[in-house]
Every structure is written in structure tokens, then in C-alpha cells.
Design a binder for this molecule. Structure first.
Ligand SMILES: Nc1nc2c(ncn2[C@@H]2O[C@H](COP(=O)(O)OP(=O)(O)OP(=O)(O)O)[C@@H](O)[C@H]2O)c(=O)[nH]1
Ligand SMILES: [Mg+2]
Length: 249
């Protein structure tokens, strides 16, 4: 991706490392743990309009999107993960927020590029996804999951082209290199450098669900995305600081 994204740093340590880093990790993980299934839809127009920030997980089939959502939310079966590619077939929304007050939404999208899917279904899904990424009004961040053993593929590049105008307008963007447990240390370092070049200065993080790598960093970044004004606020007051606005028409 050649676009200069609006993310602030390439650091694996994330935006809130330092003396208060631990407590911010705890806040971010506690917030993610509140995740609850909200709704599922085969197409964009079945999704409820929402006013709270929405963060979508996108990427090739089998990249590890659903597993990443389960790992971040510390819930085993919130999103449906499977060895068999193509298991996520709907747009699935999960609400986040303490004391039952929704303040953000995570979206698990079906993956693309699964060879066994009939061509017509592939085209239909690409349209649904492009439509979602371009027109979902409250979408404020995209996490592109990429298996570093395959790198960013042609379909990932097409997706980057689709979202580029929105990234230029302020949409947050993170590339997560999944399954880093499958790489040696030097392979991981190389994959990170290559992806950072492709991200055009955007944020890239290594992640592994079984090794629990990158969880704190990704959690803190997503929390910061969803609470831009509350980053330095007292975590105990966040619910009042971030009270959700009513859903629009
Ligand atoms: N080794 C390893 N395996 C992983 C990791 N994350 C996911 N997997 C495995 O990869 C497979 C696919 O994971 P999913 O989370 O279902 O992938 P997905 O991107 O949601 O796939 P679709 O729903 O088909 O788009 C499963 O067998 C997971 O256990 C990881 O960090 N390391
Ligand atoms: Mg999935």
C-alpha cells in the first residue's frame, strides 16, 4: 500500500507503553472481554445502523480473523473459527462496552480467496465486502489479517485499493501478521519489514494466538481507536465519558 495512513507509529509497543503501559493493557483487555454477539447478516443492508465506532477484521480465508477476535476477547467460541477455510459466511457483529453499555463494535467478515468457493459466490462476496468497507458509516478502523507465510496477496492489494480513500479521510488501519508462531525469529523480522513497506508507513504488528504474542499491543491500539478522547482518562469513568449516541435512522 503506498498511501500514507493516519496511524501514528510503527511501534510494536503500541501507543501506551511506558510506566502506565500495564494498566492500559488491563483496561483494553477488560473492555475487549465484554464482547457479546450482537447480530449476523448476509449483506450490508441487513445490518442495523449504529453510531458507535465499528472495527472490522478482514483478510483471506483461514488467515485467523475469528481466532484473533476470540483471543482478544478472551472467549473461546465467540467467533466461529475452524481449520476448514470459508467457515465465516456472514457479517458478524460483536458489541463491546462495560456494564452493558455498548461503546464499540467488532466485525468478523468472511474471508476471501478460498479456492473451493464457486466463482459467482466469490464475486457476490467481493461486492458485499467492498460495499461494506466503502459505505458503512460508523466503520472507523480496519484490521487486515495476513498470514506472513503468504504475504499480502493480490486480493489483499485490491482491498487496500478499495479502502485507500477512506484511510486518507481518517479511517484507522492495522495489518496484523498472524500465525507468527510458524516463523523463525529472523523470518518474523523480515515479514514485519516487508509488510511495513507495503503498509506505506501504516501500523503492522506480529500476532500469534497459541503463543499469545501481540495480544496486548493489538488490544491497546483497538481501545485507543475506539476511545480517542478517553486515552488519558480515568478508566473507571470511561462509561460515562463514552456514553453511546442513539442509533441513527
Ligand atoms: N498456528 C496458528 N494457527 C492459527 C492462528 N490463528 C488461527 N489459527 C488457525 O488457523 C485456522 C483458521 O482460523 P480462523 O480464525 O477460522 O480463520 P478465519 O480468517 O476466520 O477464516 P474464514 O472464516 O474462513 O475467513 C484455524 O485452524 C486456527 O486454529 C495462530 O496465531 N497460530
Ligand atoms: Mg472466520
Amino acid at each position: 500500500m503506498t498511501t500514507n495512513t493516519n496511524t501514528t507509529s510503527n511501534s510494536q509497543a503500541g501507543p501506551s507503553s511506558g510506566s502506565d503501559g500495564k494498566s492500559q493493557t488491563t483496561v483494553a483487555l477488560g473492555w475487549l472481554h465484554t464482547a457479546k454477539f450482537l447480530t449476523t447478516a448476509p449483506e450490508l443492508h441487513y445490518l442495523p445502523p449504529l453510531e458507535v465506532p465499528e472495527i472490522a477484521f478482514v483478510g483471506r480465508s483461514n488467515a485467523g480473523k475469528s481466532t484473533c477476535i476470540n483471543t482478544l476477547t478472551q472467549q473461546k467460541q465467540l467467533a466461529f473459527a475452524s481449520k476448514k477455510p470459508g467457515r465465516t459466511q456472514h457479517i458478524n457483529l460483536f458489541s463491546l462496552g462495560k456494564q452493558g453499555v455498548m461503546d464499540a463494535v467488532l466485525t468478523d467478515l468472511p474471508g476471501y480467496g478460498y479456492a473451493a468457493v464457486p466463482k459467482q459466490d466469490k464475486i457476490r462476496w467481493q461486492q458485499v465486502m467492498a460495499n461494506y468497507l466503502v459505505t458503512r458509516r460508523n466503520l472507523m478502523g480496519i484490521v487486515l489479517m495476513c498470514d506472513p507465510r503468504h504475504g499480502l496477496t493480490e486480493l489483499d492489494e485490491i482491498l487496500l485499493d478499495v479502502i485507500r480513500p477512506r484511510v486518507q479521510e481518517g479511517l484507522k488501519f492495522l495489518i496484523v501478521l498472524t500465525k507468527s508462531d510458524k516463523l523463525t525469529r529472523s523470518e518474523a523480522t523480515k515479514a514485519l519489514s516487508i509488510a511495513r513497506l507495503q503498509a506505506g508507513g501504516g501500523e503492522v504488528m506480529l500476532f500469534s494466538a497459541p503463543k499469545r504474542k501481540g495480544i496486548d499491543e493489538v488490544a491497546k491500539l483497538l481501545w485507543t481507536w475506539a476511545h480517542p478522547r478517553a486515552d488519558s482518562a480515568d478508566p473507571d469513568t470511561l462509561n460515562t465519558a463514552q456514553a453511546p449516541r442513539p442509533a441513527g435512522p
